[in-house]
Design a protein around this ligand. Structure first.
Ligand code: SAM
Length: 240
């Protein structure tokens, strides 16, 4: 498990025993470092070791596919209730942010990633996040690996072909289990909603995941005029 080493606006993600050369000096991380400890570079600059939390992982893990935004991760967790002891089928792994967030709640996650290089990076990311015991990243197209599983408590899908998995959701989910599908395009969301209804899933809801930051300055207060307007649509459905 890695830590975040922080000095003013500098942040470095480093594992125990790692060595980093910076313009502030060489930082050698002791193998028994613990959170809250101060480690000095050979030039005397102090870095504080911080335990990694999900927003740190979002900012510092090696990225492949666009990682799910923390607010959308929050919606998936809040709307599916994924929790300790649950088994989740996830695809595609991408950077692994969603899989890692679910594992950090105590869930067991089986995640498929079709791109072998992405899958390897995601495995390294689960190691950095300290959840290798609860996330298994398998290389492969999830739609070709839907047979032979014990039922899952949740399906979390962040792929363009999610509808092909939703078609099989009645067999893949435990009674009352949730499916959550994240899609950047409304056409994919519509296909997922129609498929979910066709196969008899219930409580089918789709929403755009909008969030507006606020600006507070001397002139007044208003929603920010900067930043991303749209990230995606989240569809939730449930096995009866
Ligand atoms: C948007 S990213 C997923 C991001 C991820 N949810 C996260 O939080 O980091 C989509 C990923 O799905 C993978 N993918 C697309 N179709 C797939 C499929 N049928 N099976 C497995 N992986 C797939 C892509 O290679 C890509 O890495």
């Amino acid at each position: 498990m890695a830590f975040l080493f922080v000095h003013e606006d500098r942040e470095y993600l480093l594992s125990p025993g790692e060595r980093l050369e910076t313009d502030l000096g060489v930082l050698e991380v002791p193998s028994d470092v613990s959170p809250g400890e101060t480690v000095e570079t050979h030039l005397g600059t102090a870095f504080i070791a911080r335990k990694l939390r999900l927003p740190d992982l979002f900012h510092h893990l090696d990225r492949t596919g666009a990682p799910m935004m923390p607010r959308d991760v929050g919606l998936v967790l809040g709307l599916t209730g994924v929790a300790t002891g649950d088994r989740v089928l996830d695809a595609g792994t991408g950077t692994g942010i969603l899989a890692i967030a679910m594992a950090r709640t105590g869930a067991e996650v089986l995640s498929f990633e079709v791109d072998a290089e992405f899958a390897e990076i995601a495995r390294q990311n689960t190691d950095v996040a300290g959840v290798t015991d609860r996330v298994e990243v398998r290389t492969g197209d999830v739609t070709e690996h839907l047979g032979g599983h014990d039922p899952f408590d949740a399906l979390t899908l962040d792929t363009a072909d999610a509808a092909a998995v939703i078609e099989r959701a009645p067999d893949l989910l435990t009674p009352g289990g949730f499916a959550a599908v994240y899609s950047p395009f409304v056409e994919d969301s519509r296909t997922v909603v129609e498929t979910a209804r066709d196969v008899g899933l219930v409580d089918v809801e789709s929403r755009e995941t909008i969030q507006r930051e606020m600006d507070f300055d001397d002139r007044g207060s208003r929603p920010s005029t900067r930043g991303v307007g749209h990230t995606g649509y989240l569809t939730i459905a449930r096995r009866p």
